[in-house]
Design a protein around this ligand. Sequence first.
Ligand SMILES: Nc1ncnc2c1ncn2[C@@H]1O[C@H](COP(=O)(O)OP(=O)(O)OP(=O)(O)O)[C@@H](O)[C@H]1O
Length: 261
Amino acid sequence: MNGHVLRMSGVGVRRGRAELLDGVDWTVEEDERWVVIGPNGAGKTTLLRIAATQLHPTRGTVDVLGERLGGSDVFELRPLIGFASSAVAGRIEDDSVVRELVVSAAYGYLGSGKEQYGTPDHARARALLARWGAVQLEDRRFGTLSEGERKRVLIARSLMADPELLLLDEPAAGLDLGGREDLVRRLGRLAGDEAAPAMVVVTHHVEEIPPGFTHALLLRGGGVVAAGPLEDVMTADNLSATFGLELKVENDGDRWSARAV
Ligand SMILES: Nc1ncnc2c1ncn2[C@@H]1O[C@H](COP(=O)(O)OP(=O)(O)OP(=O)(O)O)[C@@H](O)[C@H]1O
């Protein structure tokens, strides 16, 4: 696999006359933790769906975990990819019981529900729910959970298959301040775990970059503004260009913040 978990080259996505992505070059190595940052409509979700093998680009090449998209069976790749997004959440039935929901992802994030699960699977699901502060919810139905509770359950579920690539689309969206800080701290803990998969987290807010994250890709209008190590990319100039307004950016060693000048 040469350490490349994900490699995109000249990737473009066109829908009608709209270029959702254009000329995206991006490589994620196995020990890297990336944030993808950009304004509404920048193409972040489209980019993540390509990485999750849910969407094929119109142009360019994509290699995920050493396999070329289009040239291999994506159903074999998908169990190796953890993916949590509001679209994934939207496909979950309200009456799904949390414990079953997590264990049913043991063989991929789109578990059919027909697989047989054993005691180790249930123990792993429980441990993951505990790690994400959600074990007290295991008997609850998904439809009864708060937004913050759903996010934590979905992340536990996305890790159930022990993926090699973890993709989280706006995991902190809709959370209150305490919920956001709790989630960012837990993501930071995962980022610091050497055994954790390569991670890509999409966000609109630099305040949501967890400690321990290493790289950022800034996206605007379907194009990459900058990509690379956080300390190189997270400049006021780059972020101002990404969001289309003049920003001041601060870093206190662990966390980032930005505000209009
Ligand atoms: N099928 C489609 N046809 C035309 N335009 C589309 C289609 N699907 C998505 N788009 C547009 O592509 C752009 C990128 O969408 P995407 O969801 O990837 O952005 P995003 O950066 O995730 O946005 P947000 O932060 O608002 O979630 C948006 O302007 C969206 O309206």
